[in-house]
Design a protein around this ligand. Sequence first.
Ligand SMILES: [Zn+2]
Length: 337
Amino acid sequence: MCVLITGDPARVHPRRVDDVTALPSFPFRDMLHDRLGARRRDQRFLDAAWADPLTGVVVLRGTDLAASPDGSTLSWISPADAPPGERLLLGAADGVVRFALLAAHDPTESLEELDEVEVSAGPVAPSVTSNFSPLRRLAQGLSALDASFAVHAAALAGWHLRHPRCSVCGELTESVCAGESRRCPSCTAQHFPRTDPAVIMTVLDDRGRCLLGHNSARPDGWFSTLAGFVEPGESPEQSVVREVQEEVGVCVDRVTYLGSQPWPFPSSLMLGFEAHASSTAVEVDGQEITAARWFTHDELRQAVTSGEVGLPTTVSIAGALITHWYGEDLPPNVRQL
Ligand SMILES: [Zn+2]
C-alpha cells in the first residue's frame, strides 16, 4: 500500500528562500518538506500512513536523532520497526510520509541544556559512539532534505519533552493532532509549541567596519556577532537597538532584516539583521560580552589567518551574517578551540 499525498497543487516544494534572503547558505535555511498541516487531524490518513511500509520514521531519544554514525544521514525506518513512543507527523517529501517517534523517555534523564542563543564557535564532530546524535552535531553533514526534517523533529520533540504539564492547572497533558499541540484533560486548555525570537546582528559603521564581540562563555580570542532575546512587548528591530546598546554601548539605527534561522537549542528562532552604528565608542557590559572590536576587511583577514581571532563556523547564521559583510568566504580558522 502506498499512501497517496493529495496536497494543494498550488503549493510548490521544495521551498528555498533565495528570493527573500541575501545571505549565503547556512544550515536549516530551506524547508524542503511539506508539513501536511491539514492532515494532522485526519485520523484515517494518519492510520493509513502508519500502516504503509514505505513511510519513514526517525526515532528520537530525548532530542537526539537516530542517524548514521558519520552523521551523514538520518536513520529512517518503517513504522513496523519503530519502538513504542509518541508519533509526531513531520510531513512528506517525494510522496513519502515521515514521522518522528519519541521513544519512551526516562524522566530522570535530564535533557541537554544549551545556551539558547549560543553561537557555535567551532566545528562539532559527528558522534562515533552512538546511533543517536544531537542536531548540532548533524547540522553540517546531513543532506538538505534530512536537515529539513531533522530541525523540525528536534524542535518539536524538545517542546513536547519540556512541556509535559498544563501551564494553567498543572495537570499532565497529552499530545493531540499528531503532535501539533498538547491538550489538558482536566481544564481542556490547548497548548501549542513555543518559539522564542532572538535577534543576531552585524553592526557596521560609516567606514564599512564590522563590530564583533567576544562572549564570556567562549574561549579567548573567539569573536562573533552580537545576539540576544526579543523581550516581551518589543519588536525585533527595537531589540537590535537595545541589545547592541546594552552589550557594547554602541548606538545603532537603520536596522535591516537579512534572514532567519530556526535554532531549536532548545526553542529559538534567530532573526538576522544588519545595523548601522551612529556611534562607535565601545563600552562592553563586562558580563555577557567581555571584549568587542571593530574590524576592517583587511584587519579581520589578518587576525584570523594569524590565529589571533577565531570566527563562528557555518553552523550558525552568525557565519553567514559576517560573510555577507565580508563579501567572500571567510578565511579558515587557524586558532584552535
Ligand atoms: Zn489544565
